[in-house]
Every structure is written in C-alpha cells, then in structure tokens.
Design a protein around this ligand. Sequence first.
Ligand code: AMP
Ligand code: TRP
Length: 341
Amino acid sequence: MEKPTNRILSGVQPSGDLHLGNYLGAIKNFVSLQHKYECFFCVVDLHAITVWQDPATLAQKTREVTAAFIASGIDPKKNTLFVQSQVPQHAQLAWMFSCIARMGWLNRMTQFKDKAGKNSENVSVGLFSYPTLMAADILIYLATHVPVGEDQKQHLELTRDIAQKFNNDFKHELFPIPEPLILGEAKRVMSLRDGTKKMSKSDPSDYSRIMLTDSKENIVQKIKKAKTDPLPLPDSLEDAKARPEALNLLTIFAALNDSDTEEVISNYGGKEFSQFKNDLGELASSKLSPISDEVNKLMSDKVYLDSIIVSGKEKAISVAKPVLDKVFEILGFLHNNIPKN
Ligand code: AMP
Ligand code: TRP
C-alpha cells in the first residue's frame, strides 16, 4: 500500500454554529495548509452525537460546516471535503481501536473530565470513548499531520499511542505516527467573558464568543463588552501574560491580521482599551463578514453543496476502504479470505 508522507486530516463537529476559536484555531490554518499537503477535511457528525443533537437540525448544521470550509477558502476540488458518517470505515476502525486503547489512557483525557464534570455517571459511553473514534478518523487515511487547536493536543497524543501499539502488537508498520500541527497566534482562543476559559460552543453566555455568522454590529458590540481590566494595554508580552483577558484580545488581533502578538503590543501598548477595541471590532467584522455572506450564499445552493459532499464521500471511501481491508487482514479476520471457486 502506498504510504503518504504529507497527508492531512482534520475534523470539525457540526454541534452548533462555528465561533472565532474554530476559525482561528483550525479552519484558517487549513486554508494555508491546502497548498502544501494532500488534505482531508471532515464534518464529524458521529462525534457531535456524543452529546444530544436535535435530529431536526443536524443535517442543516452539517451542511453549514461544509459551507464554512468552502467560504473560508478551502478549495473543494483540490481537497477532500466530506461527512464522517457517510464513510463507514471510521466507525469500523474505531471499534478495533477501542480494543487497542487501554482504559487508563482514556481515563486521563482532560476534555472528558471537563465535559462530564460532576455528571460522569450519566454521560454517554461515546463521550468517554470518543478519542478512539478521533484516532480512527486520522489513521484510516494514514494521515501524517493533523492541524488542530491546542485543546486537541492530548487526543493527538492518544492517537499516536494507538498507532504505535497497533504497529507493535501486530508487527506491522501500517500506521504512521501523526504529528499535530498547532499553528498561528491564536492556538487557544479564550472566552470574552473570562480569559481563563476556552471560547466554546457550550458556554451559556452569547457574549463569551464571536460567531462566524454574527452581524458586524454584533461583533463590534461583543468586543466592546469583552471583559478587560482598568489598566491601559500592556506594553510587553511579559506584562500581557499576567493579564489573560488583555492577552486574549491581543492574540485575536494578531491572528486576524496575520501579524504577531508582539507587533500588536508595539502598536497599542500603553494605550486605552477603547480605541483598541474599536479597531479590533472593525478588523474582526471585515474578516468574518465576507465568510458569513459566502456561507449564506452556499446554503441557498443545496444542489451544489450536496454535490461536493457526494464527491467527497467517494474520494474518502476510495482511500479508507483499502486501509480497513488491510486492518482486517492483519487482525486475522475471515473477511476477504474466503477463496473464490
Ligand atoms: P470542535 O468545534 O470542537 O469540533 O473544534 C474544531 C476545531 O476547532 C478543533 O481543531 C479545535 O481544536 C478548534 N477549536 C475549538 N475551540 C477552540 C478555541 N477556543 N481556540 C482554538 N481552537 C479551538
Ligand atoms: N475532536 C475534535 C474536536 O472536538 C474534532 C475531531 C474529530 C478531529 N476527529 C478529528 C480533529 C480528527 C482532528 C482530527 O475539536
């Protein structure tokens, strides 16, 4: 089997509208990587149902994430854009991986602990075993690199452990040990209400996050209301590191503007937040509005969007199927071993 050397897989859940953290931590990086790698980008609906999803809106949200990929600048002809549940090999390989991964490995996953909280007896089994499905998403394509936000680093380490254990247990070098690509200035975008908490779809406060679909007025308003401290802006990175809300806004500015945080500090350090927030509001809306306009346009052309999803499915299966067949063979399953007469 041909072994790729520069193949990317990454996934985004259709579990709610996309926010600035998804854009800066993941999708914006996908756009620049598409020129250097062979890319598979996947809307991970099987992951989304680890928590309750309303069946009446899941398909719509799945199309919206696909549209957001394209609207952000990912070329659907050059890359494979597809929906996870349409490629059955992901769930099949995830089962094998749940027999490779150890309970102790999964017990260490901090995202599970955060999401389950005090409710750990009552969350789905899928929420616990989810990282084995994520490992399958990546390894079923023999992907070598995985661009993600920093919150996914631990899941990537688990993926590497699974690949290594599979290769060792069965004395086969089938799976690559994939490298995380945690890129850009905003690797972990924080809540606008609390600079120590990640910006997330599940935060109850709307003012904690900027959505890709927010209007210009909304974006400007949310940034104006973002929590800060009474001091002027920090004038060194050192100083900013002790002030999480200020650092968050500075890194968001840098990431949106393709510059770096130190440069932003050299322009705004010592100044009042009010002017900086005005400029950041303008910058964010000028970058995000064209994307949300394009998402709306794509969402009104379902025939086009669905044609992308169908061709993505075919391309994805053509790569995933031979890998799963190889896994069956390595494990000793009867599967393809029935001789034809
Ligand atoms: P999810 O919405 O959980 O499927 O996340 C999709 C991608 O966005 C993953 O690569 C995450 O690491 C990334 N991501 C989600 N939230 C943030 C955040 N607050 N900051 C940076 N990246 C994020
Ligand atoms: N677990 C990721 C998240 O919640 C989404 C995801 C699923 C993913 N499968 C993946 C990311 C494979 C990268 C590669 O953000």
